[in-house]
Design a protein around this ligand. Structure first.
Ligand code: LIP
Length: 274
């Protein structure tokens, strides 16, 4: 078993344990610990507890690896591998009791920068939905034991697209304007509320494409590898990998159509807030 598959196996095992903890805490009742970038950008006690569990399991299994998580301080490693973790992606869904939340764990090599890292392994686990999406670089993307593939064609009826909006109300005007420009490409829009699931669903063919501005590295690190290993394309701003400025994924033809619209009049880029 190569490094990528070893990292994938570890990510899956940790995601499963972390998902069980998140689900247990949800059933006990969720308490909001704080707000972060905006009043609506909440963190629960469970977010913090689940990330601490993930971080401890990784440190025990792979001492010396780096860590970049949503709820704790970043740590540069000495092994060249960094773990990029969102302990509960879809925090607002989680707080409201909507089951569309996921533990998102990725292992990357190189600098912990989405513009330059190489994703090696990914696990996106939705514990309330009983689904484990996973991938190792070069080994395909999977839902459990089922191999995944993005929808290869652009549907003449239009594409089923997902997107999301920032926590900062100041971002909503430009983001809604962008959505209006994209709508002619869509048969319909979904707003699932967890980027890692949006990305996993594109990999699984449940969505044709997804775009969102303002994602954090831990929101997209694992899901982008799922899309790429399912035969899809993932881009950011022209010439960039997915990052906070923009994430667009789907099959190659759809991504080009979306990018042509998104970057034609990039007013949504005026407010990068979350
Ligand atoms: C969420 C993302 C979602 C985005 C939300 C939020 P969180 O991450 O997964 O796509 O639209 O604004 O950023 O905060 O639940 O980890």
């Amino acid at each position: 078993m190569g490094l990528e598959q070893q990292l994938e196996s570890l990510a899956v095992d940790i995601a499963r344990e972390a998902g069980a903890l998140a689900r247990a805490r949800r059933e006990e009742g969720v308490s909001i610990a704080a707000s972060k970038s905006a009043l609506a950008d909440i963190v629960t006690e469970a977010d913090r507890e689940v990330e601490a569990l993930i971080r401890a399991r990784i440190a025990a299994a792979r001492p010396g690896d780096g860590f970049l998580g949503e709820e704790s301080d970043p740590e540069r490693g000495s092994t060249g591998v960094t773990w990029v973790v969102d302990p509960i992606d879809g925090t607002v869904n989680y707080a409201y009791g909507i089951p569309s939340y996921a533990v998102s764990i990725a292992a990357v090599s190189g600098e912990p920068d989405p513009l330059s890292w190489t994703a090696l392994a990914a696990a996106v686990h939705a514990p309330a939905l009983g689904e484990m999406f996973h991938a190792a670089r070069g080994e395909g993307a999977w839902l459990g034991e089922t191999r995944l593939a993005v929808n290869a064609e652009v549907n003449p009826a239009g594409s089923l697209l997902a997107t999301g909006f920032g926590y900062d109300p100041a971002t909503h005007g430009p983001q809604l304007a962008l959505l209006g420009r994209v709508m002619p490409l869509a048969r319909d829009i979904r707003r699932i509320g967890a980027a890692s699931l949006d990305l996993a669903y594109v990999a699984a063919g449940r969505l044709d494409g997804y775009f969102e501005r303002g994602l954090n590295p831990w929101d997209h690190a694992a899901g982008v590898l799922l899309v790429q290993e399912a035969g899809g394309v993932a881009v950011g701003m022209p010439g960039d990998a997915p990052n906070r400025d923009m994430t667009i994924v789907g099959n190659r033809a759809l991504v080009q159509r979306l990018a042509d619209v998104v970057f034609a009049d990039d007013t949504a880029g005026d407010t990068q807030g979350r």
